[in-house]
Unconditional design. Structure first.
Length: 189
């Protein structure tokens, strides 16, 4: 049963306020202490992912760049929000810093933390990230989320999409993790 917020204006404002508080709290708790700490955590997360996943290792060797968010915090109670900071790696060097955030509405409750890495396979996909004022996952270049089952049926020679994303280190009590609809924005560190 869908509930229209149009018929309950006070509920709409209440949920908006809850979402605002969630975003502020999550942004403060997910904000990395320093550029050095963010780079260290991001590099460690990428190295761990590649050690555990041969497809990530193979894609890394061919990628134009890899954007790694070592820790994204997600919380929700009807209204959900998520936030994290990451590093763009090119040729083994940190070249830019980004945050990722998103909001959702629906029947949800819980708190979760996870990381994700996006392997930019084409320069055109990387350019889309660099020229926009906020790259929205699911709009623009195609993003394929890799799970363990996909590894059995695909090889890196059959994988020809713009961007591949791996979600890792999931902790918490919220069903499912999606990166669709997340907005990625360049930040200065």
């Amino acid at each position: 049963m869908l509930i229209s917020l149009h018929h309950f204006p006070s509920l709409k404002y209440f949920l908006g306020a809850v979402m605002g508080v969630l975003l502020v709290c999550m942004a403060q708790s997910a904000h990395a202490d320093s550029r050095e700490a963010l780079e260290r955590d991001s590099r460690n997360a990428l190295n761990s992912l590649m050690a555990q996943n041969h497809i990530a290792r193979d894609l890394h060797a061919r990628a134009a760049a890899v954007l790694v968010f070592p820790s994204v915090k997600k919380a929700g109670l009807m209204v959900g929000a998520q936030y994290g900071e990451g590093v763009l790696w090119q040729n083994g060097k940190a070249t830019a810093y980004y945050n990722t955030g998103g909001a959702s509405f629906g029947f949800q409750a819980g708190v979760q933390e996870y990381g994700y890495a996006m392997f930019f396979m084409k320069e055109s996909a990387l350019n889309a990230l660099n020229v926009t004022q906020g790259f929205e996952v699911g709009v623009g270049p195609s993003v394929v989320v890799i799970d363990q089952g996909m590894g059995a049926s695909h090889t890196t020679t059959t994988m020809q999409n713009d961007i591949y994303a791996f979600v890792f280190s999931q902790k918490g009590l919220m069903a499912g993790v999606g990166i669709q609809g997340n907005k990625i924005t360049r930040i200065s560190k």
